[in-house]
Structure formats: C-alpha cells, structure tokens
Design a protein around this ligand. Sequence first.
Ligand code: NAD
Length: 480
Amino acid sequence: MSGRVEVAGVSVSTEHFIGGRRVASDATFTDISPITEEPIAEVARGGDREAGLALEAAEQAFPAWAALGPQGRAERLHRLADLIDANVEPLAAVECMDMAMLLRSLRARLINRCARNFRNYADLAVEYEERVWSSNGTANRVVRMASGPAVVITPWNAPLMLSTWKIAPALAAGSTVILKPAEWSPLSCSLLADLAVEAGLPPGVLNVVQGIGEEVGAALVSDPRVRRISFTGSPETARRIGVAAATNIVPFTAELGGKGPLLVFADCDLEAAARRAAGQYDDSGQVCLAGTRLLVQDSVSERFLELFHRFTDEHVLGDPRDDATTVSPMIHPHHVERVLGFIERARANGDEIVRGGNRLERGLWIEPTLIAPRSNESEVVQSEVFGPVLTLQTFADEEEGVALANSTRYGLSAIVYTGSAERAERVGRALRAGIVWVNTFLVRDLTAPFGGIGISGIGREGGQYALDFYSDLKTLQILE
Ligand code: NAD
C-alpha cells in the first residue's frame, strides 16, 4: 500500500494518523465512490494494535494539552479553522467523491460549518467562566477539569461536519481525541489530520484511526483508558457502545436516528410547506434530521399533494458535481438494497406506493418515493429508512396531528408549517423532539442544545452542553 491516493486531484493519506505521524496496517478495506461505484482507495484497517497505539498517544499528549488552558488551545483551534476555510475546495472535492453529497452544498455550507465548529468552541471555552458564589460561610467555585482521552465515532453522512461537531468541543475543553470515521466515507477526515499538523496541534492531540466499526471501533470504545465516548450513528450500534461505556463507567453521548414529522396545518403557506416536503429528498433522504413523515391536515391534503408532486417532479437525480443535480446517489450498494427492502415490505404489507418505489437502471439512486401507509403501525412509518422514502398521513385537527407526530420511539427533530403564532408555540411545546423548526428547516445556532429524545439519543451537544460533557466539573469549597 502506497499510503496516499489521488482523489478528485487531491492527495489523501489512506493510513491512520497516530501520535502526529502516519501509521500503516497490514490489512486494508476498499472504499468506493458512490458516484462511479468504483474503488477509490484501499484504506488502512485498524484493529486492537492501532486502537492501543492511539490510546497511548492520546494519553501521553493529554497533560500538556490540558495545561495549555482555554486560551492556548483556542489559538491553535482558530488556526485549524482558518486552514479549513482555506481548503474548502480540496475538502469538498474529496468528500463529494467519497460520500456523494452535492458539491455545491459542501462548498457553500458544510465545509465552512466545520471551521465554525472549531471557532465557536474555541471562543466558548475561553468565555465560559467558572461559577463563584458564597454560601454557608464558604466560598464556592465550580472548577472545570479536562477529562482525558475522548473517543469520537461518526457515521458516513456529512463525515467531516459531524466529526468536527464533536472534536471541536472535546479539544477546546482540553480532551485529546481519537476519531474513528465511518468505513463508507473515511477520506475527508484523513485530510483533517494533515491540517491539524499544519495548525500546530501537538502530536497525539488529534488521532484518526481508520477501520471497521465492529473491529477497531469496538476495540477503542472498550479500552479502560478512554474517559469520554461520543457517538453519532444508529441506535443498534449505540446499544453495543453503551455496553462498553457501562462496563468501564465512562460518560457516553449518542446522537442517533430520526423519524421526524413534517406537520402541515391548513393555515400555513401551503406552497412553502410542499416545497419543503419535496426538499426532504435532498441527499437522497440520508439526513437524520429529515422530516420523513408528512402529516397533512385533511382539508388541504389534496392541494398539498398536487403541489408536492409538482415540486418533486422538478428534482434532478444526477452526478453531485453537476450544478443542476438536486438528488445525489446513495452511499453504497448495500444501503440501496436495505432501502429497497423497506419499500418491498411496505408493498407486501398493503401500504400504497403513491409515487416512485423503484431503483434507477444505472447508479445508486432510488426514485423519490411516497408511501401512504395502511396504518400508523406500518414499519415504514415506525422505522428510520434513511433513504428517499417519505410517508403521507392526514389528520383532522391539531390534537390528532400532534398525537401522530409523537407516535414513534424516535424524537430527534420535527418541522411544523403553520400561519398561526399561537399554534406554533403550542404545537412546538407539545412535540416530543430535541429540535422543532417552525416554517423553516436546518437553521442551527451552535450554542443551542442538540440531541434526541427516546431512541434518538442520550445527552446534549452544542454550546456549553458539549463543553460540560468533555469536562469533569468539581466543586471547591473554602471556609471564608
Ligand atoms: P452505524 O451505527 O452503522 O455506524 C456509525 C459508526 O459506528 C461508524 O463509524 C461505524 O464504523 C461505527 N461502529 C459500528 N459498530 C461499532 C461498534 N460495535 N463499536 C464501535 N463503533 C462501531 O451508523 P451509519 O449507518 O454509519 O449512520 C447512519 C445512522 O446515523 C442513521 O441512523 C442516522 O440517523 C444517524 N445519524 C444521526 C445523526 C444525529 O445527529 N443524530 C447525524 C447523522 C446520522
């Protein structure tokens, strides 16, 4: 294995990054591009040895990184943010080939968001003062201690954005990090390691270990030297990682799947709501926050459906590097099969396929699919599909709409379309979700808490919530 490959004209290391240097493994795994379905890299496949090396490096680097303090760490994290901004083009090009997200979204939004993650947390950690107060004749102080090596495990969709969302608060709070990116899109995170060197992050502060979840991922999360585990991915994997976290009594956050409702009330701007609903096919529906259950008030459902079909017809399924494309291919042939399985089982269950339902003859696309379920208990309503599959149900009044919206075990996000400020407030409060967007979608303030209810997750990230997670808070009481 040469150690580097050219992807979209960019040189990318296929090796791990441990203790400030590249490390090879005897074994590799093949990374394919969803655009061409061709192999683009043979990537190092870590195991127990690489997990051990990374933990050793992260442990060694920890005391000096923690001792730098928030200000010293912020300087380096700002440098890293600047380097990300200066490298939007190569980062976007590689991630597009590796994961097939629309190139224009990566260029315009997602890569800059990675830089913002670092800036936001670097500044927050400096601003976040210790609380001091007097009581019972003692001076009290909350002291934040950096907690030690953190393992960060991330999924294949938006790999760099989701990884930096965790790495940034961990590093800002004084933890050292071992990142294990997903095996279906490992390359953009490898570029981040190169930028970390350029930004002057000391060796061992950020480590990137590549490989399969059940192999090196499992080895990392079960190592007793780990002080924090932060995971984004599926509930199934969270259960396994949770067992390892419980065994070692290690704090664990999990940002998991979603099955968000998109509630359309009769009093809303119906065109905006229908356009938003058709927009849930973006990225082939591979978005945890997507509003995949369309819940529409009876009185406007016919008109809504007409508009929805019109906007969905405008979608262009194509190469994510083309400006005209609105729906990119799905991540992997196995994932296409998994999503087709949901559609087949829905058919067999008697759910009505209102539109789509088929795979395109070539490439990794499934047609934008809409299913009217036979009942609210249908699998396609109750389980996350993570593909271009939406369901359509109607409701008579607000009470029924909210009850349907809250009727799955997920609770990550919800979207509401209404023209009434009172309803926005009432419904927003009644929905069981970590975030509710009213008449908008995907707008995020990085200081707000973010996370799921039910099987959508454990804990909150964002702002001070993430900094708290990576810190050991201590109360210091001194007699006055
Ligand atoms: P996944 O759970 O299969 O894998 C996620 C990561 O876990 C990968 O890096 C994988 O290698 C690793 N992993 C697998 N088994 C492991 C083990 N035993 N020990 C340690 N690590 C292990 O999820 P996926 O298919 O990559 O991602 C899709 C899922 O992620 C969907 O459910 C989606 O909703 C969710 N997601 C959630 C959010 C959020 O913010 N809540 C964001 C994006 C994606």
